[in-house]
Design a protein around this ligand. Structure first.
Ligand SMILES: Nc1ncnc2c1ncn2[C@@H]1O[C@H](COP(=O)(O)OP(=O)(O)O)[C@@H](O)[C@H]1O
Ligand SMILES: [Mg+2]
Length: 254
């Protein structure tokens, strides 16, 4: 299919949309990977706020780390009025308490069907898969580690194999809705991986890596689109800054 015929979801971050030749191909599930403080949650929030304010598109933010109030506070630093967007039914933030653990897929499905978002964020995939690994992906799907271990007995299964099957199930569930989705994943500093679990980058349609280098009082942030299915994209590093309006792409100095 020629590039121009693909429908796209714009992030609303100029420079990044250009690097993606117009935006993320609609329906793609994309990882936003990077270390702590690189701006993953900010980018994810900006994606939904821009979607709502610039394009009138509904966004659903599933948070497993920061609570609602914390996200609203973070957004207000960038002058994004979450309460206003929620009142207009353009944004919905749902905090999923991973310690309560049960039936995430059911709750996710319900939220998507009731709200009908055009954009979804899961922040973060890392904490979510960790918790699903322990508690089971649903109460009734027989996906808990213990259940799997029992069902495949006596074949020994490693934790990694179970984590993989949980990821496949999660991606399959998300893909059902054909909504352009960003999932953040936590990476230790420069360890050469593309995601925390080492698997989801193969299942995901795209991977955008965020990087942060601090040298003395100077900090340098850059991102790179490592993978994006169904489109050509810029393959070089893209410098960015975090400013009062959120993530701003800077002209490459090279
Ligand atoms: N108002 C602001 N202006 C500029 N930078 C900010 C502002 N608020 C937060 N930041 C930067 O954003 C970082 C947090 O971003 P966040 O999106 O939460 O990162 P992550 O989700 O990757 O851990 C902070 O460490 C700080 O460097
Ligand atoms: Mg975060």
């Amino acid at each position: 299919m020629p590039l121009e015929e693909i429908r796209r979801t714009k992030l609303g971050i100029q420079g990044l949309d250009q690097a993606l030749k117009g935006g993320i191909p609609e329906g793609n599930v994309v990882l936003i990977s990077g270390g702590a403080g690189t701006g993953k949650s900010t980018l994810a929030l900006q994606y939904l706020v821009s979607g709502a304010t610039l394009f009138g598109e509904k966004g659903l933010y599933i948070s497993t780390e920061q609570g609602r109030e914390e996200l609203i506070k973070q957004a207000s630093c960038f002058n994004w009025d979450i309460n206003d967007l929620e009142q207009k039914s353009l944004l919905r933030i749902i905090y999923f308490d991973i310690t309560s653990g049960s039936n995430f897929m059911g709750k996710l499905g319900d939220a998507i069907q009731k709200f009908g978002p055009k954009r979804i964020v899961i922040d973060s995939l890392t904490t979510l898969t960790d918790s699903l690994l322990i508690s089971g992906i649903t109460d009734d799907a027989g996906f808990s580690m213990v259940q799997i271990a029992e069902s495949v007995n006596p074949i020994p299964r490693t934790e990694q194999v179970i984590a993989k099957s949980i990821l496949y199930k999660l991606f399959k569930e998300i893909r059902k809705y054909r909504v352009t989705t960003l999932m953040t994943t936590e990476l230790p500093e420069s360890d050469g991986e593309l995601s925390a679990d080492g698997v989801s980058e193969f299942i995901a349609d795209g991977v955008v890596m965020l990087n942060y280098v601090g040298v003395g009082s100077v900090d340098f942030r850059s991102m790179i689109v490592r993978k994006m299915r169904y489109t050509d994209h810029n393959k070089t590093t893209i410098p960015y800054a975090m400013e009062s309006e959120g993530i701003v792409i800077k002209e490459s100095e090279i």
